[in-house]
Design a protein around this ligand. Sequence first.
Ligand code: ATP
Ligand code: MG
Length: 707
Amino acid sequence: MNVPVAAPEVEFVEESAASPAQYLLELNEAQRRAATFGIVPAPNVQRSPPLLIIAGAGTGKTKTLTHRVAHLIVNGARPGRILLLTFARRMASEMTRRVQRLCADARLRLPHGMSEPIEWSGTFHAIGARLLRMHAEQVGLDPAFSILDRADAEDLLDLVREDLGLSHAKSRFPKKSTCLAIYSYSVNARKGLEAALTNAFPWCLEWQAELTRLFGAYVDAKQAQNALDYDDLLLYWSHMMQLPRIASEVAGRFDHILVDEYQDTNALQASILLGLSPMGAGLTVVGDDAQAIYSFRSATVRNILDFPRQFEPPAATLMLEQNYRASAPILAACNTVIDHAAEGFRKRLVSRRESGSKPIIAMVANEAAQAEYVIERVLANREQGMELREQAVLMRAAHHSGQLEIELTRRNIPFVKFGGLKFLEAAHVKDVLAILRWASNPKDEVAALRVLKLLPGIGPSAARRAFATLRGSADFAALSHSDAPRKAVPHLGELAALMAELHGSTCWQAEFDRLRRFYDPLLELNYDAVFTRRGDLDQLASIGGSHPSRTAFLTDLALDPPQACGTHAGPPLKDEDWLVLSTIHSAKGQEWRAVLVLNVVDGCIPSDLATGKAEEIEEERRLLYVAMTRAREDLVLMQPLRFSVRGQTPGGDRHVYAPRSRFLHEEDLHAFELLRAHEASGASPEVSPAGRPAVDLRATMREMWRA
Ligand code: ATP
Ligand code: MG
């Protein structure tokens, strides 16, 4: 497929000799052209025409975007009127920090002073939440709305489903997580339910009528509770942009809008951008169609491919072709993977770093041997001067690292895990957040029920009755009068006192202590491992302390949760070194000197869950490509030969043999070095360095007696 490349309509402005723009010298010519495209310096500042920068991994897209923001500011744009949309919040803060440094380095007299911060940078969801709170009353929302994360949304759907009698309906009604996925897909892809089902969930088509009812009731429930789910943040925002008066007020806040990772936006996000800048003035988007990996959230690669033609005249398209990240042998191997992609916008990537060794495919006996090999290699790299935090272990699914995590913990090697089980998904953390959320929004039934059910003697129906006595008001004292079991009455009294205090509190910093006095005894009553859990809550309190208010804290956490899972690894201290474990999805846009990818076998990449539809398989291929293109110097693809499958047969484990991922074609293996792990490590093949057997023969013995 060919994307037309329009010549830039405005020449980039060379800096005058009086203002040597040092920061622009850090870029190559193509990057510089993209960073300065259409920007006219003050006093004739005007918004540049729309621009698409489409380029392969590691070509400096994010760097160019960062420099473009700096260049805008240096040329008179007001930082406070720039909107920078990124994939994750940490990317946004990293970019704004760099912009500030670049502007400072430019040592130019800035027309508006550098003191004005770039205050509008973040993810679509976070920016949406902020704009909706500001304009809530104009669109019929209460500005104190709660934000339901995915798990909360599932819980609410479950409640509604029960009310409608659908949970007891005929069997096989879709699970709550599937229901939410269908709802979300339909909203984000801007498709009606039937089209969404046909397209993505054909096995649920028979439930269309029930799902329609369910989603209608779900929307009612959210409104009654004054709660928005993630999808609502985009949905309300996009609807807001259809209302001319508010739309112009919102759009009027921004002169320049820049979007990174545009290939992973969905139809709803595209419509929001168009609402913010109907003619594309001041709009720059950056992305790589070969790295589109979010179609399960309805992202569509069409967004980036169709971007130029939305405007008249079409947006200019610029390309970058120099790869600065990977060594030549790594880049060559990455290219063999993506070259097999069925469609895509072909890019010729050239590496800047010729030297380096080929990536490795390491074959190991099983997952235990994989963990051993990974640890050995990581430690060997560290011996050679590569800090742990310059290395990452990536995986297709969060649970792939289970064995590795145990081994790392056992050996006291610090690590942080991104993606997968989040700190906030831990039950005790959710309890505390539910208390805070209910205090902020007395109508929040999901939060309220969670809190009420913690009390001794209160089950689901007593909880619902107790909540009903409040009728959504903040008159928490009424809780004591609900017809709860006698055992629960004193607890309800205590809870009522706590909630009233928190709701009326004017000192956010004192709220955690108060809450803990109430919650800690319940923690002991409801959970084991109390000591670790208390540590998690201390950590939550310290995150809370860095926020100005309860609302700011809750919004931030719902949208950008701290991702390290507390029970395995607390976030390391600042000066400590730690290994990064991450799902491939969460590794987007980042890079490490060394990258090890776990389980590069069929069944993991591509995942078993991919249905076999061509486009799903293509997305899995791009996932492997994204993983591999994170590496700068050292890339290892792990291939365990055998996996144990637990719980499949009564009484024990079974082994399956997994073939190498189909994305590593036989004819391309010359781009890799093939290693058997024991040959590489020098350890004997049967015994791993930790002295544990690499192969568990006991399981094999048990297996012999099974058909
Ligand atoms: P991805 O597709 O993974 O998001 P990207 O295209 O956004 O990658 P960057 O992350 O911006 O690429 O850059 C990749 C690496 O190359 C970074 O380490 C960056 O500092 C470096 N780099 C980019 N451009 C240059 C340049 N002109 N000179 C030196 N280093 C560069
Ligand atoms: Mg990037």
